[in-house]
Design a binder for this molecule. Structure first.
Ligand code: NAD
Ligand code: MG
Length: 374
């Protein structure tokens, strides 16, 4: 029996992780949960799931709920916890990730921003604590599974698939007046609003290119992106003899969440089996980097290293906030990220304070971009 802590329990991944825990009482017990906002929803979840420890961002009077950043970091490192599901969104997941890894936990990681920004710091924490980092992001879970079929030096390339988001067929000019409601309507997955927006700009795939490089230790040259609108093939690995291993399933995040928790075993899953005969078409296209420059910028940042990936992420997080509050347009998101990257003086990231400073600088530059635009 493994004790599980779900950080970011009220979100899209967090709730699906709860489903996985509930579906396997013989394997998992829910030990702890955390959330940042929506106090009422969080308290309802705590009432229903009755974990030993609950952590919220603010004090919740007349309850046993703990609060604040230190309580969150303590839960991530709690000696009672075996598996941490990291379902917090944004760079806010970085400190809890480091805390869990240093304490030697298995971390089932959905959050990609922390891997993109954390770089070598994450590797170091993993080495220090002797824990495990298992990917939840569907593409990375697919690559992880496909990599089990050969040796590392036999790998020709990793092929990440991308749905292309809701605007895959639109021309660049048609994108200018996209509203937040249109941007978060994802064609194949139901997810939190920030990652849905990132899928529409292709920032999500850019982040995933860097995430794959971090997780599997391959350079950008070995990582390719293919648009695959049906989201049935979750990603592939091509070996040097020309064999391509692919991972297919229905688009249900409970599958990769569960695999990260049960690996190296597999257990029955609440996800529906794939009916390939009911699938009319599986198609693949090369991405158009001119129409979606976010992808090109990600490759450039990966190559440049240092603080560039941090700025790519931080500028995008800030631009997303400004887009949702109506202060930036859809195309301004990638333009403001390019603006921040142009002005950032790149340097090596030695520690967490370097990373947080680069993140802060990225956000400041996006605000500067917004002011000059309005
Ligand atoms: P979401 O917005 O639905 O949920 C985010 C959760 O994190 C909530 O519980 C929220 O309270 C908590 N949170 C937000 N800000 C926080 C902060 N500053 N400190 C602590 N907790 C905070 O997000 P989501 O769609 O579930 O995505 C979570 C992560 O998983 C993201 O990094 C995303 O890229 C990744 N991911 C999501 C999916 C998906 O299907 N939703 C798929 C792959 C990867
Ligand atoms: Mg993904």
């Amino acid at each position: 029996m493994k004790n599980v802590a779900i950080l970011g329990s009220t979100g899209s991944i967090g709730r699906q992780a709860l489903d996985v825990v509930k579906a396997h009482p013989e394997l998992f017990a829910l030990y702890g949960v955390s959330a940042y906002s929506s106090e009422a929803a969080f308290l309802a979840l705590v009432e229903e799931a009755s974990p030993q420890v609950a952590v919220f961002s603010r004090p919740v009077p007349d309850t046993d709920v703990r609060w604040g950043e230190q309580a969150l970091l303590d839960l991530a490192a709690d000696p009672q916890v075996d598996v941490v599901v990291l379902a917090i969104s944004g760079i806010a997941a970085l400190k809890p990730l480091l805390s869990a890894l240093r304490a030697g936990k298995r971390v089932a990681i959905a959050n990609k921003e922390s891997l993109v920004c954390g770089g070598d710091l994450v590797k170091e924490a993993l080495r220090q604590g002797g824990g495990e980092l298992l990917p939840v992001d569907s593409e990375q879970s697919a690559i992880f599974q496909c990599l089990q079929n050969g040796r590392r030096d036999e790998v020709e390339k990793l092929i990440l698939t991308a749905s292309g988001g809701p605007f895959f067929r639109k021309q660049r000019e048609e994108l200018r007046d996209i509203t937040p409601a249109e941007a978060v309507k994802h064609p194949t997955w139901s997810m939190g609003r920030k990652i849905s927006l990132d899928s529409a700009t292709l920032m999500n795939k850019g982040l995933e290119v860097i995430e794959a490089a971090r997780l599997f230790d391959f350079s950008g040259k070995k990582i390719e992106v293919l648009i695959h609108p049906q989201s049935v093939v979750h990603s592939m690995v091509e070996y040097r003899d020309g064999t391509v291993m692919a991972n297919l399933s229905t688009a249900d995040m409970r599958l990769p969440i569960q695999y990260a928790m049960t690996w190296p075993e597999r257990a029955p899953s609440p996800a529906k089996p794939l009916k390939l005969w009911a699938q009319s078409d599986l198609s693949f296209y090369k991405p158009d980097m001119d129409r979606f420059p976010a992808l090109r910028m990600a490759y450039d940042c990966l190559k440049a290293g240092g603080g560039c990936p941090v700025v790519y992420n931080g500028a995008n997080e800030r631009a997303a906030e400004l887009f949702f509050s109506g202060r930036l347009g859809f195309l301004d998101i990638e333009e403001s990220v390019a603006y921040a990257l142009d002005r950032f003086r790149n340097q090596p990231m030695h520690d967490l304070s370097d990373i947080l400073a680069a993140d802060g600088e990225a956000r400041r530059l996006v605000d500067e971009f917004q002011v000059t635009r309005s």
